[in-house]
Design a binder for this molecule. Structure first.
Ligand SMILES: [Zn+2]
Length: 444
């Protein structure tokens, strides 16, 4: 009989406590062993990968080396969009659980649908626990989550523990939650009433909150740490959180389809690649590896996804490899990650909020390759689309409905087609962009 989920999670967390201190060579050898098993499975169970692996001379039982991996072509988002059925593996080895559908609009507004498994979810949970352990989280303290989980009501909710995965292994303190489409001033007043020790939210929203607190001279005297994920950081976020609340920022670099790729090290502020779970490469345009200090494409091989092998998958982010960290862990580092960013939406009454645009739903509504939503005025919002063909009337209406739902206020929404949507000069991709000047600090 399979071990109970909490037992498996506890065992993996325990293993990760040891492996984080392994010498780099041992980590690399372990990765090659796992990669050999994954390639053999992908060769046997995925039509797309069989062809691709054959093209670089791989045969069943071939020795697996870093050179073989480097010879494999990079898997693009657009290939995942086009060849989903052929990439998918219908048979999963014992112990991997059931396939789990995963949808992601990724970091460049290009929606993809892939599969994960019980095992990839287990790693996600174990690495979440690891991030709390690295940051020495006080598990008894109150955590406030401002996110877009559908179950969070706009007025806020409370639960007696931090929820999964932490409540599976530990007795934690309570957690309060509020939906992120709540205007920032309402969130701020709610936080003052709650007085949390931890705040978990998206970087753009954290920045808007910090600015609100600075402008209003209000404090959150218990707040110790702001935990962020999913987006690149606005330039001054750490400084703003320090000034507003005396709180540090703990960041996590993940994507829904690739998993938790790197966790910020409290010792140095560098991000440690989660080598036990995936191989992360940072590549130049010509495909050669970047040196520390160079910004390149993030290409990931998830070593445990046997349902939808992501072999050298181009996540769509740019990052800069970092130097070794002084904490004693030999997990490689990234110094900087340029993923997606969202601007805050400005409502006609001056309130601002984080627009929760469901890019995934948009990808399902129509054959959309990439999108960007741009607020052009206090009345109008434009949806820029890269699509295989112009949308028909029903598809266009669905896209407008999805955007309207996220923006809360009845904006006039128009669609506009593009050949491509480039990144901002910073290297970051602006999934939601506002051309309306944000109201001055203090305006609510
Ligand atoms: Zn470190």
């Amino acid at each position: 009989m399979a071990a109970a989920p909490a037992t498996r999670l506890a065992a993996l967390v325990e293993m990760l406590r040891d492996t984080q201190w392994l010498p780099a060579q041992r980590l690399r050898a372990g990765q090659m062993q796992q990669l050999a098993a994954l390639l053999q499975h992908a060769f046997e169970a995925s039509e797309f990968h069989r062809e691709r692996l054959s093209s670089v001379g791989y045969r069943r039982g071939s020795p697996v080396t870093p050179a073989l991996l480097a010879a494999l072509p990079v898997l693009t988002r657009s290939e995942v969009q086009d060849h989903r059925a052929a990439i998918e593996c219908r048979r999963l080895p014992a112990g991997h659980g059931e396939p789990i559908p995963i949808e992601s609009s990724g970091s460049t507004g290009a929606p993809v649908r892939v599969l994960g498994s019980g095992l990839t979810k287990l790693f996600w949970n174990a690495l979440t626990v690891r991030s709390h352990e690295w940051n020495r989280s006080d598990l008894k303290a109150l955590a406030a989550v401002i996110n877009f989980f559908p179950k969070l009501p706009p007025g806020g909710a409370r639960r007696p523990d931090w929820g999964p995965p932490m409540n599976r292994l530990f007795q934690t303190g309570p957690c309060v939650g509020m939906h992120i489409v709540t205007p920032v001033d309402v969130q701020a007043r709610w936080l003052i009433a709650q007085q949390p020790t931890y705040l978990v939210t998206h970087p753009t929203n954290a920045m808007a909150l910090a600015e609100w607190f600075l402008a209003h001279g209000e404090r959150l005297s218990h707040l110790r740490e702001v935990r962020t994920m999913s987006e690149a950081h606005p330039a001054d976020l750490r400084q703003a959180c320090q000034s507003a609340w005396g709180a540090r920022v703990a960041d996590l670099y993940s994507s829904r389809e690739a998993g938790i790729m790197a966790i910020e090290c409290p010792h140095s502020g560098l991000y440690h690649v989660q080598s036990e779970h995936l191989i992360v490469e940072v590549l130049r345009d010509d495909g050669s590896p970047c040196e520390p200090g160079e910004l390149g494409r993030v290409v990931v091989t998830n070593l445990h996804n046997y349902a939808f092998p992501l072999l050298r998958y181009d996540v769509g982010d740019l990052a800069e490899p970092g130097p070794p960290c002084g904490c004693g862990r030999h997990l490689p580092t990234l110094r900087r990650i340029a993923g997606r960013i969202r601007n805050m939406l400005v409502l006609p009454n001056g309130q601002t909020l984080w627009p929760s645009i469901a890019g995934l739903k948009m990808g399902r509504a129509a054959p959309i390759r990439q999108f960007q939503v741009v607020q052009t005025s206090l009345r109008e919002v434009q949806v820029l689309l890269v699509a295989d063909a112009p949308l028909d009337a029903a598809q266009a209406q669905t896209v407008r409905d999805i955007v309207a739902e996220a923006l809360v206020h009845p904006f006039e929404i128009t669609l506009s087609y593009r050949d491509a949507i480039p990144r901002a000069a910073s290297g970051k991709f602006e999934e939601f962009k506002s051309l309306v000047p944000a109201p001055g600090r203090g305006t609510t």
